[in-house]
Design a protein. Structure first.
Length: 202
């Protein structure tokens, strides 16, 4: 009876470990800055990674040399070329059991410039790739995870209209700093001067 209990406990533990390993620690989506592209156009891909509540991901520039840094890869495409990925500024946070880390939390957007080939053929165009990251909670880090992303768009003829994609996340602009106005210095009145017994006003 005892052996059966121990075996059942081990099976439950292994099931929990496997389920945790298969769990995703973030949701990933992607959007193109325009509704379509012309041959030779330049556009931008936004890869949106929503790290789940209570977790953080090691940034693209982690403090620990052994940490798995946040990476973005693009799949080879014969009709488009990709520029260098632009990662957001990470947060610097200190955790009691992990120390000081460079992390991303919540909604994280990586932008990738894309240039369509000048000789690209009109029709469907798929832009795809993946992100690899290491998620952690306050006490420990999980094995690295890789999640794919994909965008289905199209190449249109030069005369066809192309508009901004309303689903593309715009960059949040920080409010401009209002200029500081220093109070004007008070000018003290010059007392009248007496010259030869007469008062002269300057």
């Amino acid at each position: 009876m005892k052996k059966h209990f121990v075996l059942s406990w081990i099976i439950m533990l292994l099931s929990a470990v496997i389920a945790r390993a298969q769990q995703s620690w973030a949701d990933v989506s992607a959007a193109l800055s325009t509704t379509a592209v012309h041959p030779g156009d330049k556009a931008t891909i936004a890869v949106i990674v929503n790290v789940h509540d209570g977790l953080h991901a090691q940034s693209h520039t982690p403090f620990d040399q052994f940490a798995v840094k946040f990476e973005l890869a693009t799949d080879k495409n014969d009709q488009a070329a990709f520029g260098e990925s632009q990662f957001p500024k990470p947060l610097e946070k200190t955790f009691p059991n992990l120390g000081k880390l460079s992390v991303y939390e919540g909604k994280t957007i990586i932008r990738v410039p894309v240039t369509v080939s000048a000789d690209a053929k009109t029709g469907a165009l798929k832009l795809s790739g993946n992100v690899t990251f290491q998620a952690c909670d306050e006490n420990s880090c999980f094995p690295p995870e890789t999640i794919n992303y994909s965008i289905d768009t199209k190449v249109v003829a030069a005369g066809d209209a192309v508009t901004a994609n309303p689903d593309y996340p715009v960059e949040e602009k920080k409010p401009a700093t209002e200029p500081t106005t220093m109070p004007a210095a008070k000018t003290e009145a010059t007392p009248p001067a007496a010259v030869n017994g007469q008062t002269t006003i300057f």
